[in-house]
Design a protein. Structure first.
Length: 253
């Protein structure tokens, strides 16, 4: 069975390092694991991709050919990459890994909100798929950023209609109290509302608390899985969650 894991999150949240660290962990565990780099704009990656969208699409050539800037050429590169799906799928079939880790574009909107991302989520070869959504633990120290990130995660869930596993990264950079607070936000909206009340003006509190309660409905117990991709902290819990969801997904196909 090929289980596909799309790493998704805001720019800098740690998708590429997570891809590298998961690869390392799964390999050590004796699994057959391959990496697909789906970021046409990646300059350097902390892993050796087995399959690379950059072998099919060259962002710099697109810039020259169409007179585009860096953003325009990245958008075009993602759109054009769907033309290569059959060759990419042939590569996956040949490798036939237990896990295919997919590193998505640095700017999340390229994968999350362009048609090409959805196309890959649907048509990439695999028996079961999930999105691993990364909350940047440092960015999410502020409750407003925590809510904004949850809005992104939930809109992605809504668009892709494949299971999402939500994790909090960079826990090695958080002190224990901060980490506990952030994790509580993901399971108890009343804690999130209380933290927000300390940050925002009176007239915004009503709106913020309604938003927090609405988002509460998004989380399944036990909330976010805290991890560090740098130190591989809590990876056994993470991999168990991924494997459980992938196997559940396969049963429903
Ligand atoms: N300390 C620490 N740094 C991390 C962690 N995950 C990612 N980073 C760092 O955060 C930066 C952005 O990570 P990257 O994987 O390139 O993010 P991407 O844009 O989402 O692919 C890099 O400098 C990483 O080394 C983590 O768990 N702990
Ligand atoms: Mg990256």
């Amino acid at each position: 069975m090929v289980g596909v894991v799309f790493n998704v999150g805001m720019a800098g949240s740690g998708k590429s390092l997570m891809t590298a660290s998961l690869w390392e962990w799964l390999r050590r565990d004796g699994q057959r694991v391959s990496i697909l780099n789906l970021d046409p704009g990646a300059v350097r990656t902390p892993y050796e991709p087995d399959i690379d969208v950059r072998s099919y699409i060259n962002v710099n050539e697109l810039m020259d050919q169409y007179g585009l800037g860096p953003n325009g050429s990245l958008v075009l590169a993602m759109d054009l990459s769907v033309d290569h799906i059959e060759k990419i799928n042939d590569e996956i079939r040949t490798l036939n890994p237990d896990y295919l880790l997919v590193d998505t574009s640095g700017q999340m909107e390229l994968f999350a909100y362009r048609a090409s991302g959805q196309f890959f989520a649907e048509h990439l070869y695999g028996d079961s798929k999930l999105v691993l959504f990364l909350y940047d633990g440092v960015f999410c120290k502020d409750p407003r950023n925590f809510i904004s990130t949850t809005l992104l995660a939930s809109s992605l869930h809504f668009r892709f209609m494949i299971p999402v596993v939500n994790i909090m990264t960079k826990t090695d950079l958080l002190d224990e109290e901060v980490l506990k607070r952030e994790l509580r936000w993901s399971t108890k909206s009343s804690h999130l509302v209380r933290s927000l009340e300390r940050k925002i003006q009176d007239e915004e509190i009503f709106f913020a608390s309604r938003l927090a309660k609405l988002l509460r409905a998004y989380f399944d117990e036990p909330g976010l899985i805290p991890v560090s991709a740098l130190e591989l902290t809590n990876f056994s819990t993470l991999v168990a969650a991924i494997t459980r969801v992938l196997h559940r997904g396969e049963e429903t196909i």
